[in-house]
Structure formats: C-alpha cells, structure tokens
Design a protein around this ligand. Structure first.
Ligand code: AMP
Length: 171
C-alpha cells in the first residue's frame, strides 16, 4: 500500500483554497503502480458474479474500465449532464467543492444485473451516493462501491450506509 501511496501526488489548494487534491496521474503513468492499483481494486470482486462495472466521470473511467477488463465484464460510464447521447436519468448531489449532477443511460443496466461502482476518491460521498441511486433506480443489484482512495475525515461512508464500501488507501 505504501508503494501506491508513494506514487500519488497531493496538491494543496486545488481546485480551490483549502482542498488537498489527490492526483493519481503520477500513479497511472507508472506501469507497476497502475497494475498494482487495478489489482487492489479488482481482487476482492473476482469470482463474485459482478456483471458490470460502472465508472464515475472522469477518473472513475480510467480505473473502472481497467477493473472491468480485469474482471472480464462490461463497463458503463456515469457522466456529467448533457454528455450522454441517448435517453438518460439524472441525480443531483453536493460535492466537497460545489454541487453537481450526474447521468446514466436509461438502458445501461439490466434489471437484477450485479453492478460494481468504481471511482478514484471517496470524499464527502455525495457523488457515490448519487451513482448508487442511479444504478438502483435502473433495477441494478449494487454489489459494492470500490475506491482507490478514501478521505476518512470527510465521512463519505455515512452517505453510503447500507452499501458495501471498499477502499484501497485511507487518508
Ligand atoms: P465526493 O462527492 O465529495 O465524495 O467527491 C468525490 C469526487 O470528487 C470524486 O469523483 C473525486 O474524483 C473528486 N474529489 C473530491 N475530493 C477530492 C480530492 N481531495 N482529491 C481528488 N479528487 C477529489
């Protein structure tokens, strides 16, 4: 885990004063680090019957797509409003810095399909909670939410009560 942490860069006051931003680009550019990160996120879910990985824009696409490939399943993006071309459903939420909304294609999850949500950082949990709601409102069987990084002081898990939450690195 130290090998992963040492490859993540923390940038003070980005995107605004007071936020310590965990920059995973320094991890992703390192072949060993990237592989170890995907191994760590995916391994608890191997053989668990996950049928679809849902990744949250935008760093959740990078990690989620690789996790999906590792598990041998499909990938589905959750995006910022107005980006997905076909019929969508939408959820609004509060962010650590600001508020936002996310969308998923209305036909992206089959009823009863076992879904894993992946993102890079669990901060306040607003984004992940909205993503969980989207998956569940399409009838998906949400088996878990997996994060590379959890910022424990922000209590994101509280927003996700009743869900199975897994994080690789805790700060
Ligand atoms: P939240 O909804 O507060 O849990 O925020 C989660 C989303 O915001 C994730 O998609 C992260 O990529 C991003 N995020 C929030 N806080 C940070 C941070 N301190 N460093 C890097 N990314 C963050």
């Amino acid at each position: 885990m130290d090998a992963l942490k040492s490859r993540i860069r923390s940038v003070p006051d980005f995107p605004k004063p007071g936020i310590l931003f965990y920059d995973i680009t320094t991890l992703l550019r390192d072949a060993e680090g990237f592989k170890a990160a995907i191994d760590a996120i995916a391994s608890p879910y191997a053989g668990q019957g996950i049928a679809l990985v849902v990744g949250i824009e935008s760093r959740g696409f990078i990690l989620g797509a690789a996790v999906a490939d590792r598990l041998g399943v499909g990938f589905c993006p959750i995006r910022k409003p107005g980006k997905l071309p076909a019929k969508t459903i939408k959820e609004s939420f509060n962010l650590e810095y600001g508020s936002d909304a996310i969308e998923i294609h209305a036909d992206a999850v089959d009823p009863g399909q076992k879904v894993l949500i992946v993102d890079d950082v669990l901060a306040t949990g607003g984004t992940a909670r909205a993503a969980a709601r989207l998956v569940k409102s399409l009838g998906g069987d949400l088996r878990g939410l997996a994060f590379l990084i959890e910022l424990e002081a922000l209590n994101g898990r509280k927003q996700l009560e009743g869900e199975r939450v897994y994080s690789v690195l805790k700060y």
